[in-house]
Design a protein around this ligand. Structure first.
Ligand SMILES: CC(C)(COP(=O)(O)OP(=O)(O)OC[C@H]1O[C@@H](n2cnc3c(N)ncnc32)[C@H](O)[C@@H]1O)[C@@H](O)C(=O)NCCC(=O)NCCS
Ligand SMILES: Nc1ncnc2c1ncn2[C@@H]1O[C@H](COP(=O)(O)OP(=O)(O)OP(=O)(O)O)[C@@H](O)[C@H]1O
Length: 206
């Protein structure tokens, strides 16, 4: 039996975390989160897995300004550098994405044959679609996305727009998804769509 791998994606701040938290808590599904793994890739505490070489390469490339006094990554500083410069962003992604891919594969294998959710913001951009067996896309209105991002990350309008523009436009992701979850109303409306999707699948497999 093929292991079911739900690829959960969407634009930044559209509501993926609401969906993954709900799937984890209500349906007990394991959540593999690419953002968490991207943090792990540069975390000295995980040097046993990655040898610490990604953080070293980042510091060599961008200068030690991107490190905090405790030698961990200054994410705000690096964010400023990469979200204003696509070449630098591509360079950074090339360091981190292969690690994220390998960890997703390894972690999913640990759960086989159980269904897993892979929450991957850059599922399309990072060409990770081959890892999943179906794609769920969370969307909301562009203005809501902007306002939610500004509020959550405490960004200026320009900074928030830069982050949104660093991703493939949401409208281009819609035709690539198997299911689209609309998060332009209340979280409860979003959860109801998740329930429908899960029960439709359960009926299909019954
Ligand atoms: C630039 C960094 C240090 C900024 O860190 P910060 O703590 O501010 O953001 P965080 O990592 O929590 O990401 C928040 C959101 O930003 C978006 N985002 C992150 N990286 C990218 C990117 N390279 N391109 C477009 N959007 C991105 C995603 O929607 C993500 O959910 C960090 O985002 C990073 O290391 N990015 C490169 C790795 C990557 O591509 N991660 C995405 C998952 S694979
Ligand atoms: N339906 C909603 N109504 C109001 N606020 C919401 C709604 N959905 C999400 N939010 C808020 O918008 C922000 C973004 O949501 P969330 O963190 O789930 O997005 P995300 O897609 O996981 O973001 P990222 O790509 O950065 O990981 C959060 O602060 C969240 O509380």
């Amino acid at each position: 039996m093929t292991q079911r791998m739900i690829g959960l994606t969407g634009g930044i701040a559209t509501g993926k975390t609401l969906v993954s938290d709900y799937l984890g808590q209500t349906y007990n599904l394991p959540i593999l989160d690419a953002d968490v793994l991207a943090r792990e890739a540069v975390d000295p505490a995980f040097a046993e897995i990655h040898g610490g070489k990604i953080l070293k390469a980042i510091a060599a490339h961008f200068g030690s300004d991107v490190l905090k006094p405790d030698r961990t990554l200054n994410r705000a500083k690096l964010g400023e550098l990469v979200f204003t410069n696509p070449d630098q962003r591509n360079w950074l992604e090339a360091q981190i994405h292969p690690y994220v891919r390998d960890r997703l594969v390894a972690l999913a294998a640990n759960y086989a044959p159980q269904t897993v959710v892979m929450a991957i913001p850059l599922l399309f951009e990072a060409k990770l679609t081959d890892l999943v067996t179906e794609i769920w896309l969370v969307v909301c209105e562009p203005e809501q996305q902007l306002q939610r991002l500004i509020a959550r990350n405490n960004l200026s309008i320009d900074q928030a727009k830069q982050r949104i523009d660093a991703q493939m436009p949401l409208v281009e992701k819609v035709p690539l998804a198997d299911y689209v979850l609309d998060n332009s109303a209340q979280p409860e409306d979003l959860y109801a769509q998740v329930d429908r999707l899960i029960s439709a699948q359960e009926n299909k497999n019954a």
